[in-house]
Design a protein around this ligand. Structure first.
Ligand code: PEP
Length: 255
């Protein structure tokens, strides 16, 4: 069964004390809102150094989980400055974001590298939140489906059925990330339905129905309800609004 899910991507924001304060405030508001476990599931993805501290504030009884924003493809070794999937697991992470467009763009992460990272994450017992999404040029050239189809087949569909079972997909049109320009709910639904159809082709209809597919790109407290009302939108990967505790709780309550 697919899971309703809201993930907060804090990106490279907040000092450690600020991060702890945010987690604490989210926990207090979650308690006040009497959030029910796993309705939806919530994943906080702070910067690496915040993870252990944020874990102490996680309202686990309300269905909150911890995730990394990236991991290295190797498990350990001489890779200065890197963090492995096993390390993330050891501080309590259950999820890891992979293939975010900012990492594809600024860190030159390719589908081939992401395929290795996916394997490493899965081997460590993490659930990858695998991001796909087109640029504005691609959308305007009417090549969105071709582009997303390629990201899925090159980056993701090499996984076995059992491995793929663990994956959450996030559709994040690059032109909507951090721009304040959200995809319409119809645009999001159209691509989500396409992704589900591609999963059915690569695996089977059951896998397609069971895969959680999130929308990301300037989702906020005002537009989340409309986006989440779409039949193939199972939740959101939230950037900017995840740093605003009251807005983030409203988004969680938007199903
Ligand atoms: C993101 O970074 O994954 C994201 C969706 O950011 P924002 O919500 O700020 O557009």
């Amino acid at each position: 069964m697919r899971q309703k899910l809201v993930a907060g991507n804090w990106k490279m924001n907040l000092s450690y004390p600020e991060g702890l304060a945010l987690a604490h405030e989210i926990a207090i508001l979650a308690g006040a809102a009497q959030l029910t476990p796993d309705q939806p599931r919530v994943v906080l993805c702070p910067p690496f150094i915040h993870l252990f501290g944020v874990a102490q504030h996680l309202p686990k009884a309300a269905g909150f989980y911890l995730g990394g924003q990236n991991c290295h493809q190797k498990d350990s070794g001489a890779y200065t400055g890197e963090v492995s999937a096993t390390m993330l697991r050891s501080v309590g992470c259950e999820y890891v974001i992979l293939g975010h467009s900012e990492r594809r763009q600024y860190c030159h992460e390719t589908d081939d590298l992401l395929a290795q990272k996916l394997k490493a994450a899965l081997a460590a017992g993490l659930k990858p939140i695998f991001c796909v999404g087109e640029t504005l040029e691609t959308r305007e050239a009417d090549e969105t489906f071709e582009f997303i189809g390629r990201q899925l087949s090159d980056g993701l569909f090499h996984l076995s059925n059992e491995e793929f079972d663990q994956v959450v997909i996030a559709y994040e049109p690059i032109w909507a990330i951090g721009t304040g320009r959200t995809a319409t709910s119809a645009q999001a639904q159209e691509v989500h339905a396409f992704i589900r159809e591609r999963i059915a082709r690569a695996y089977d209809a059951e896998a397609a129905q069971d895969t959680t597919i999130l929308y990301g790109g300037s989702a906020n407290a005002q537009n989340a309800r409309e986006l989440f009302s779409q039949p193939d939108v199972d939740g959101g990967l939230i950037g900017g609004a995840a740093l605003k505790p009251a807005d983030f709780i409203t988004i969680i309550q938007s199903f």
